[in-house]
Design a protein around this ligand. Sequence first.
Ligand SMILES: *Cc1c(COP(=O)(O)O)cnc(C)c1O
Length: 373
Amino acid sequence: MPLSWVDIDLAALRHNYLQARRRLSDSTQVLAVVKSDAYGHGMVPVARELALAGVEFLGVSKFWEAAELRSHGIGLPILVLLGVDSADMEEAIRLGLRSVVYRLDDARRLSHQACSIQRPAVVHLKVDTGMGRLGVPWEQIGSFLDNLLGLPGIELEGILSHFAVADEIDKSFSEWQLERFTQVLHLLEQRDRSVRYAHIANSAGLLDLPGCHLQLVRPGLMLYGSSPSAALGGPLDLLPVMSFKARIIQIKQVQAGATIGYGRTYVASGPTRIATIPVGYDDGYSRLLSNRGQVLIGGKRAAVVGRVSMNMITADVSHIPHAREDDEVVLLGVQGEDRISAEDIAEWCGTISYEIFCNLGRHHFKHFHHAAA
Ligand SMILES: *Cc1c(COP(=O)(O)O)cnc(C)c1O
């Protein structure tokens, strides 16, 4: 048994995908976002499971992620969200990848490659409707389209944009982004062109803004069982996919006044039982959880006391007298009646569940199984 490991429940993943699917009409397809190693859940097994469950499209950030999916025999259409570097364009075309485009020079290079190998370069045009990050500014889309549509070898399959605040209760900015996006689609119509896929919805849009589903939605986070925001109304019925577990490697009794860990930031106020757990910030357990985090031992919550070190933490198990060395510790997930969610950990360290998943997922040992009913 390793010192610590990540469990991935593929049945829960499938369940969450079906929760997304049941909110969509038959004319809307699903692009599952599996970038960043499927938010730390393991890109290839996750993509395989979702393909079996009926997902039509996959989305990654980078070319090499898409190439890796292909090398594992995954044949679904894949959209490369950050676009493809010139060095990789020819291979991307050969692999049938869809590249996001937002720069005309990239589009021209793709066109050139497509013509030279006589295969179409399939692209999705990214429009910035208010996120202020990636994409052609929506005011400039008319002239961009005029240039893009004239390029030989380019097949414009999709147009996409991205929401900035779809996870907030106030939907006015998202509605406004959607309105701008619709205007962009009109510009295309005026040129007697259309795309197979217009898409703007992330998980929050999918769950909370049904008018934005269009032909394709791009959920990431909800597939992994986490809600994009506590502000989203209604029961979501999502199941957590990732658990993070370890084993107690030592238990010791300390006396009042003893200090625990680097910096001596924790002082025992009375006789205290301390469990040492072989997980630290190098294992994705943030140092911000020092004297703040909680873990489950023997079905009970135990507080992280003292600083998180590189590969160890210490927890107070004074109230869990049956806790023993080699007992299982749940840092993320369910034990007994209790559960620590990614949202809990995110709140303790002032971040979002996305980052918790990515950090824990970089962990070496991942076990894949089908547990959820
Ligand atoms: C990451 C990403 C998504 C998925 O967002 P979630 O909030 O995880 O659902 C969708 N679209 C784009 C362009 C992304 O980069």
